[in-house]
Design a protein around this ligand. Structure first.
Ligand SMILES: NC(=O)c1ccc[n+]([C@@H]2O[C@H](COP(=O)([O-])OP(=O)(O)OC[C@H]3O[C@@H](n4cnc5c(N)ncnc54)[C@H](O)[C@@H]3O)[C@@H](O)[C@H]2O)c1
Length: 366
């Protein structure tokens, strides 16, 4: 077997087990070489549970290890910029959790730094590479709904303070529903409809404080520093128009919907925060058809974009969850979460990468 691409983790928090599991069990062409965390015990636990060979004292020790091919940045959103910048500066390829950075200028700086150093930079979300969005894309590209002219994306929930042990940052400068959850919906939209041309937004903040309902610090108050009820209209180069609502303020039974409207039908798309789900096509009034998934990765597959980037490093081909896509998304998000209502004209380019292939051996990228 050819040599595996070696991944070093910076941060081993809440979501890390998904990456640890999937890299260990699913993605055959990458391996975990080592981990570090500001809270050393978390790194020690991961090393023991997943039989990882190296535990670094800090991220700088990890960056100086010549065996590390890709730094996986799964720190909190407010740390993404600093950690990614330090890793790139040390000459490492980086795959970052979403968002690439919490402002458009900072994301642009990282993008340009990677370009200038000839390093690979990419990151989450990679759910758009899963069976749900890929099957939707196949149907749209094959003309099943005619010409797509509209879309609606809603992420409606009452905040992460119910479940996340460290929920405070979700209401700080790098948080809010748009920066935290918006990447899934915007990434899916641009992969289905193409480049976004303009963003028009009115966003508000109904609650000035939130009550923490998860341990530790149950019952403590969290100040809200970001807009949490964010309504946007996105216009695409194709002429399609999407309306989006991203909020942490609403009690609602259906937390996510993504619908694409075409001249010959409507597609009800699985939640882009997941890799699969119910996909329904409606082409005649009151008649819906459930569509089977046509691609692999129906299960939780976080790390798919990382495995794809590793394959790109080995073969020289492009990778799908790349920083050009992340930068386009951060530019959209920055204005979808803006305190100032208004219209923003997008400046970054974007072209969709190739769709996923029907690979006979899931876990090995094309
Ligand atoms: N929790 C989820 O359900 C979820 C889902 C998808 C994506 N994400 C994304 O994944 C990222 C991590 O989320 P999480 O919930 O695991 O956060 P978390 O707060 O649970 O964990 C982050 C970890 O990073 C560590 N860390 C921060 N700076 C560091 C540094 N310089 N060196 C070493 N370690 C450092 C922290 O000590 C902490 O353990 C976020 O960007 C989040 O948006 C989270």
């Amino acid at each position: 077997m050819t040599k595996k691409v070696k991944i070093g983790f910076v941060g081993v928090g809440n979501i890390s087990s998904r990456y640890l599991n999937n890299i260990t069990k699913t993605f055959r062409e990458i391996e975990i070489i080592g981990v570090c965390d500001l809270v050393r015990e978390k790194a020690e636990e991961a090393v023991e549970e997943y039989k990882i060979s190296k535990l670094y004292n800090d991220m700088y020790e990890l960056f100086s290890d010549p065996e590390v091919d890709i730094v996986l940045n799964i720190t909190e959103a407010f740390n993404h910029y600093e950690v990614t910048k330090a890793a790139l500066s040390a000459g490492k390829n980086v795959y970052s959790e979403k968002p690439l950075a919490h402002t458009f200028p900072l994301a642009k700086e990282l993008y340009e730094l990677a370009q200038s150093k000839g390093l690979y930079l990419g990151g989450a979300p990679d759910t758009f590479m899963g069976a749900g969005i890929q099957t939707a894309r196949k149907l749209i590209d094959s003309g099943f709904i005619g010409e797509p002219f509209g879309a609606s994306a809603r992420m409606i929930q009452h905040g992460p303070e119910y479940w996340h042990p460290d929920s405070e940052p979700f209401y700080g400068f790098a948080g809010g529903p748009v920066l935290d959850m918006g990447p899934y919906y915007t990434t899916a939209l641009i992969n289905l409809l193409g480049r976004c041309k303009s963003v028009t937004t009115v966003a508000t903040k109904p609650y000035k404080q939130r009550v923490k309902l998860a341990e530790p610090r149950y019952g403590s108050l969290i100040d809200v520093d970001v807009q949490t009820y964010c309504n946007s209209i996105l216009e695409f180069d194709s002429g399609a128009v999407a309306n989006t609502l991203m909020t942490f303020d609403v009690f609602h039974p259906n937390y996510a919907t993504l619908e694409i409207y075409g001249t010959e039908g409507t597609l009800f798309v699985p939640d882009p925060n997941c890799f699969s789900g119910k996909l329904t096509l409606m082409r005649e009034s009151k008649k819906t058809v459930d569509i089977d998934m046509l691609f692999p990765y129906t299960e939780e597959s976080r790390g798919l974009g990382l495995a794809d980037m590793a394959k790109a490093i080995k073969t020289g081909r492009a990778h799908r969850a790349d920083s050009r896509q992340q930068l386009h998304v951060v530019e959209m998000l920055t204005f979808m979460a803006s305190e100032e209502p208004g219209t923003y004209i997008m400046e970054t380019p974007f072209e969709r990468h190739l769709p996923m292939k029907q690979n006979a051996a899931p876990g090995i990228l094309d």
